[in-house]
Ligand binder design. Structure first.
Ligand code: SME
Length: 159
């Protein structure tokens, strides 16, 4: 069986190969979602929440759902709300071993027991989205996931 590090190495290589020369941001997000969710069986919801630029122009910090694979996700999340909103507000990755112990967690699917949310920045360092993955397992994500996913998001969206 492949180690987590080997899986990430393969999936990051595949994502970057597929996306070579593709500038469209939605295509880039959809490709990350597809290849990551296929690589990791225990992830049942994998996707992006995108910073709503129209709301931002009106002074409102809100995320709107983007490409994802999984059961129906909530459409909009205010910065500061839930795990995604915390990642957007603080611009830092949230690794949550037990979502039931996270104050203000938004339960889109009752099967979610652990979660990781990684902020996504463009080349200018502006927050453009967050990447969110949920698992039925408790403690499915750790610092290794954080390091690999932060590297992947930087490689795909910050260059
Ligand atoms: N659990 C998330 C909400 C989004 S869904 O899991 C798809 C949160 O608290 O941010």
């Amino acid at each position: 069986m492949q180690s987590k590090a080997e899986k990430y190495q393969d999936v990051i290589r595949d994502v970057l190969a597929v996306l070579d020369g593709e500038p469209d941001r939605i295509a880039r997000m959809a490709t990350c979602v597809s290849l990551l969710s296929q690589a990791f069986d225990s992830w049942f919801w994998t996707g992006f929440y995108i910073v709503d630029q129209a709301k931002k122009a009106d002074g409102i910090d809100e995320l709107v759902v983007g490409p994802y694979i999984g059961t129906l996700g909530c459409l909009r999340i205010r910065f500061g709300r839930g795990v995604c909103g915390a990642a957007a507000q603080t611009r830092t990755t949230q690794v949550v071993a037990d979502v039931h112990a996270f104050a203000d967690h938004i339960a889109c699917d009752a099967r979610s027991n652990s979660e990781i949310v990684v902020p996504v920045f463009d080349a200018a360092g502006e927050l453009i989205a967050v990447f969110d993955s949920d698992s039925e397992r408790f403690g499915a994500y750790d610092d290794e996931d954080r390091a690999h996913l932060e590297a992947l998001m930087a490689a795909v969206f910050s260059r």
